[in-house]
Design a protein around this ligand. Structure first.
Ligand code: ITT
Ligand code: MG
Length: 201
């Protein structure tokens, strides 16, 4: 039996890495975090989620010589014209500081009634077989919900505590990881990616 091929996960976000590992499983691919290679994060200069995911995948594939999977994702809130969107990681001023990101989001939505707090998580996954792969596999997924008035739950990461999933009647941070992965933007994007890459089936 051929050993699983190595795949570098081009992310520095521990929450994403955990979910991608759980979603991909370890039977098909030997998953390596980019930090295993001492890889610094690449600057996300794209004007779209797709461009940023391509930048991250190409940076990791070039640096490691391996196939690379990158995820660019964010929270898009209707009452804020789609913000924080591409800037979700830095919305509160720091990078990846969930406490500050959530504090700013709740401040911006102060006084907005429940019915007008609709939002969706959005994820683009890009898989490059090599840094110069001319046919990247691109898949997207989105997860509709609304923003709570106050955080609830301790699971997940990032904005999960304030993202209410109407299907399950709780915040994303109150969901068991497997339940979140089955419902989330990331899980939906990976399901699409699997269709396009037999090795992932
Ligand atoms: O770029 P990488 O290294 O992958 O890590 P990152 O955290 O910077 O990731 P992004 O640039 O894609 O920014 C995504 C932001 O959206 C948030 N986010 C993405 N998916 C999420 C999820 O499933 N639950 C909660 N927050 C999420 C996350 O916390 C970040 O603040
Ligand atoms: Mg990022």
């Amino acid at each position: 039996m051929t050993p699983p091929a190595e795949l570098v996960l081009a992310s520095g976000n521990a929450g994403k890495l955990a979910e991608l590992r759980a979603l991909l499983g370890a039977d098909r691919w030997r998953l390596r975090a980019q930090s295993d290679f001492g890889l610094a994060e690449v600057e996300e200069t794209g004007l779209t989620f797709v461009e940023n995911a391509l930048l991250k995948a190409r940076h990791a594939a070039r640096a490691t010589g391996l196939p690379a999977l990158a995820d660019d994702s964010g929270l898009c809130v209707d009452a804020l014209g789609g913000a924080p969107g591409l800037h979700s990681a830095r919305y509160g001023g720091g990078h990846g500081d969930a406490g500050r990101n959530i504090a700013r989001l709740l401040h911006e939505l102060d006084g907005v009634p429940d019915a007008a707090r609709t939002a969706r998580f959005y994820c683009v996954l890009v898989l490059l077989r090599a840094a110069d792969d001319p046919q990247p596999i691109i898949a997207e997924g989105s997860w509709p919900g609304r923003i709570l008035a106050a955080p609830r739950g301790t699971r997940g990461f990032g904005y999960d505590p304030v993202f209410f999933d109407p299907e399950h009647g709780c915040s994303a941070a109150e969901l068991e990881p497997a339940i979140k992965n089955a419902a989330s933007h990331r899980g939906r994007a990976l399901a699409v990616l699997r269709q396009r890459l037999p090795e992932l089936r």
